[in-house]
Design a protein around this ligand. Sequence first.
Ligand SMILES: NC(=O)c1ccc[n+]([C@@H]2O[C@H](COP(=O)([O-])OP(=O)(O)OC[C@H]3O[C@@H](n4cnc5c(N)ncnc54)[C@H](OP(=O)(O)O)[C@@H]3O)[C@@H](O)[C@H]2O)c1
Length: 269
Amino acid sequence: MSTPRLALLGAGNLASAIVCGLLARKVCAPADLACTSRAGTTAQKLAADTGITFEPDLPKLLAGADTVIVAFKPQSLAAADPRLAELTAGKLVVSVLAGKKLARLAQVFPRARNLVRAMPNTPAAIGAGMTCWCSSAPLAPADRATVGKLLGALGQFMELGEEHMDAVTTLVGSTPAFLFEFVAALRDGGVAAGLPRDTAQQLALESVLGAARLLAGSPETPEALRDRVTSPNGTTAAGLQVMAAAQFRETIKATILAGTRRAGELSND
Ligand SMILES: NC(=O)c1ccc[n+]([C@@H]2O[C@H](COP(=O)([O-])OP(=O)(O)OC[C@H]3O[C@@H](n4cnc5c(N)ncnc54)[C@H](OP(=O)(O)O)[C@@H]3O)[C@@H](O)[C@H]2O)c1
């Protein structure tokens, strides 16, 4: 199946990750992609770096495009060019704007043939992202394939109902930050146990990476793998007892619920 021509509104971090992923996987040729940005600087740079087209003229940018990727900041949506309503008529519009609901997107792109709301996370920048998506109406097979190619450029992806997007915003969007905090805490623990700071950070990071890979490649639950590392009365058991006494699971649950609540508040703005 040939790749539809894609237009990108916004050419920052996430748009660059999409373009680089699509080109690296040879899903698209540079000639299939065109971009614009508010001031033009980021779009010109993305075009110069990747060979895609920089097209500042909105009607020209969108005339040749079948699919439009909306990748500017969520706060820019309110000031989006009103011509977009007509210029996106009949096109597939894919938004990565955090917290912007399909109903809100439909006000800006009322004549799109379908609307997709996608929520990626920052590992998308290295093709290791997790993206959840939902759409206004069930996607036609060709559009589903396009969405798969686009989001596949960022890593893994999963379709979920829009009612889950607030939870996804936290579990997918914020988990990188939660993990960075966890690695920092492991490092600080190592330092308290007498290790040099750099060594402790490297050991914490490599252990987290290796354990995550082990889990990803295993059919077993995290709990089963945990139990395999835990001998009765051993060092891991001693550590896990402290985690349980400090209500680690309850704390993480409260963390996810707090983020989900906040995502709900923000997506109603
Ligand atoms: N980065 C991530 O991993 C990540 C994860 C989840 C969701 N997202 C979502 O991805 C979107 C982009 O994030 P980012 O990190 O890529 O932002 P960014 O690096 O700040 O880039 C924003 C881009 O949007 C352009 N822009 C602003 N207003 C515009 C307009 N009216 N029309 C066209 N382009 C416009 C900017 O152009 P100028 O430079 O010319 O101003 C810039 O190219 C956000 O909505 C965010 O919620 C990002």
